[in-house]
Ligand binder design. Structure first.
Ligand code: CP
Ligand code: NVA
Length: 328
């Protein structure tokens, strides 16, 4: 398998074999890290991280992974460069492509990261856009592989805002890996029909399926994975909280949902999560709407079914695999 020189912008661009290769490479690099086996095979290379939205996991994963591989890193925060204000994406791409071996970009529209990749001349990795979050997918599927052992036939249920980056990406990835993907949410939050049609076609080729349902009891019945994400994503206006809470509360992941799922079901979340009052936004929501937890209850989040911190750790191993595969 040779992914050298490839961009990593969305899972639609990758075959099931390429995706499985990246998952296996992540596992291999994780093993090396745990065993203390050096793997600084990209010594002498430089990468730049552009973040137009905030991050904990993705930024730290890129930095630690790059250092483990022997690379140097430049971090550009949302205000620390000319991007967008004084310099176009196309010009930025042509400048950074002359200095760096690879570019990570987290921002708004998918068209921006696609344009960056078209002009950079070096691999570009999508660290999250409104539409897709592809690096998260390799970490999530590594976690599924570790916990469940296989992909085919796994009933993977996503609850909440299924038309944003996480819902879209998971639907594509599950289709590619022959899983049974269910978006269990209010109709207004179903993914766009074009993407659903594309995923149904891919799922059919891989013996998987795509289901959209508003029925929680039917949707989560015997599920192997229950997945959710924040109800309001980065970059969305605060005004949408009221309607999101009203419309998505029936799709909160709680004990009842987990009891309806398979006995061995796992709970997953890309994080950060609103499951208690330990955050500024969590407190504000409590004061305004009286809610102590949102997309997932604290009980489920802290339960033995919850694999969210294994998932978070896997971000680092999988981002390392993506960089290694595309730069070596
Ligand atoms: N899951 C995820 O992308 O987390 P960060 O926003 O902290 O990078
Ligand atoms: N949907 C979330 C994912 C965060 C990792 C967001 O875009 O804010």
């Amino acid at each position: 398998m040779n992914l050298r020189g490839r961009n990593f912008l969305k899972l639609k661009d990758f075959t099931p074999e390429e995706i499985k290769y990246l998952i296996d490479l992540s596992a291999e690099l994780k093993h090396k890290k745990k065993q203390g086996i050096m793997h600084d095979e990209l010594k002498g290379k430089n990468i730049v991280l552009i973040f137009e939205k905030t991050s904990t996991r993705t930024r730290c994963s890129f930095e630690v992974a790059a250092h483990d591989l022997g690379m140097h890193v430049t971090y550009l925060d949302p205000s620390g460069s000319q991007i967008g204000n004084k310099e176009s994406i196309r010009d930025t791409a042509r400048v950074l492509g002359r200095m760096y071996d690879g570019i990570e970009y987290r921002g708004y529209g998918q068209d921006i990261v696609e344009e960056l990749a078209a002009y950079a001349g070096v691999p570009v990795w999508n660290g999250l856009t409104n539409e897709f979050h592809p690096t998260q997918m390799i970490a999530d599927m590594l976690t599924v592989k570790e916990k469940i052992g296989h992909f085919e036939g796994v009933k993977f249920v996503y609850m909440g805002d299924a038309r944003y980056n996480m819902g879209n990406s998971l639907m594509v990835t599950c289709a590619k890996l022959g899983m049974d993907f269910v978006a269990c949410t209010s109709r207004a939050y179903f993914p766009e029909q074009d993407l659903v049609d594309y995923c149904r076609e891919i799922a059919r080729e891989n013996k998987g399926s795509i289901t959209l349902t508003e029925d929680v009891s039917e949707g989560t019945k015997d599920a192997d994975v229950i997945y959710t994400d924040v109800w309001v994503s980065m970059g969305e206006p605060d005004e949408v909280w009221a309607s999101r809470i009203k419309e998505l509360m029936p799709y909160q992941v709680n004990q009842k949902v987990m009891e309806n799922a398979s006995k061995t079901a796992i709970f997953m979340h890309c994080l950060p999560a609103f499951h208690d009052l330990e955050t500024t936004i969590g407190k504000e929501i409590y004061e305004k709407f009286g809610l102590m937890e949102m997309e997932v209850t604290n009980e489920v989040f802290e339960s033995s079914r919850s694999v969210v911190f294994d998932e978070a750790e896997n971000r680092m191993h999988s981002i390392k695999a993506i960089m290694y595969a595309t730069l070596r």
